[in-house]
Design a binder for this molecule. Structure first.
Ligand SMILES: [Zn+2]
Length: 288
């Protein structure tokens, strides 16, 4: 099951949020027909976006993550909200690259490292908060670590992983973000560093274990207490009304063309591949 857990150490100085996202990553793979390297790229981004979305408390608030490193993947866009709904897509889902020398999928090669990671927190009212960092490697976890270091101003480690099976299905996926809170004793940084190292690859823990197992390993010896546990899923909110709104926002010339042709247009939702057929008369037009 897809789950998000938020925990704090017994002394209150270490917090960790972990997610298990195999099913929702598999859903993304099915919708977008992702190649293995793109399953790993989008899957890692979805896991991190789910973790950031957890910090949104208000209904209607959402977080949008955009990653573009100039690689063949193009832009990767992920959206999450406080209710645990996550969705995303990559501009190019069909990227195929040779494995790296260590036998791993070349996510950094697909994403590229010449670009930015941008996080937009839309709290539902007022101007959204926008933060961005230059990509470190395009491997995504390192890039989010850099983002957290800058935006949270506290020592933070982020690990993400997607294990793709030989039949291309997702065998395991998820990740965690662990950070030291202000005032933490300096020795704690060493403990965390050792724990993160001992935890090893996220997918080897999640291949059999769950998000709680991740928390227990990353916070070993720190008496973790789970503060929140919620299910998360891949869900798109697109609707005919929203699609109409977006299409009506294109230029007046394009709208006139559509009306003159008199034929329905098909609009595909990038997040879930739902197809909407819009009749020309449905499009609001400004009278001339
Ligand atoms: Zn949709």
């Amino acid at each position: 099951m897809n789950e998000l857990l938020r925990a704090i150490s017994g002394d209150g100085y270490v917090r960790c949020t972990a997610v298990a996202t195999r099913e929702l990553t598999e859903r993304a793979r099915e919708i977008h027909d992702l190649t293995p390297v793109m399953t790993a790229a989008l899957g890692r981004a979805l896991a991190a976006t789910a973790i950031i979305g957890e910090s949104l408390k208000d209904d209607g608030a959402s977080v949008t993550v955009r990653i573009n490193g100039g690689g063949p993947a193009g832009s990767i866009i992920c959206v999450s909200d406080s209710a645990g709904n996550v969705r995303g897509y990559a501009q190019n889902s069909d990227v195929e690259l040779p494995l790296k020398v260590n036998g791993k999928l070349d996510v950094g090669g697909a994403v590229g490292s010449n670009g930015m990671l941008t996080v937009v927190r839309d709290l539902g009212a007022g101007e959204p908060y926008v933060g961005s960092v230059a990509l470190v490697s395009g491997e995504i976890a390192e890039d989010f670590t850099a983002y957290f270091a800058e935006s949270e101003q506290t020592p933070t480690a982020c690990a993400l992983g997607v294990l793709v099976d030989v039949d291309r299905a997702v065998a395991a996926a998820g990740g965690y973000v662990v950070s030291l809170l202000p005032g933490a004793p300096v020795e704690l940084a060493d403990v965390l560093e050792r724990n993160v190292r001992d935890t090893g690859a996220v997918t080897s823990v999640l291949n059999g274990g769950d998000a709680e197992e991740l928390i227990n390993r990353v916070m070993a010896g720190l008496e973790p207490r789970v503060l929140e546990r919620k299910s998360i899923e891949y869900r798109c909110y697109c609707s005919r009304e929203r699609v109409l709104e977006v299409v009506s926002g294109i230029g007046e010339d394009e709208l006139r063309d559509i009306r003159e042709k008199g034929e329905p247009i098909e609009v595909t939702c990038q997040f879930c591949d739902a197809v909407y057929s819009i009749a020309p008369e449905e499009l609001a037009g400004k009278t001339e």
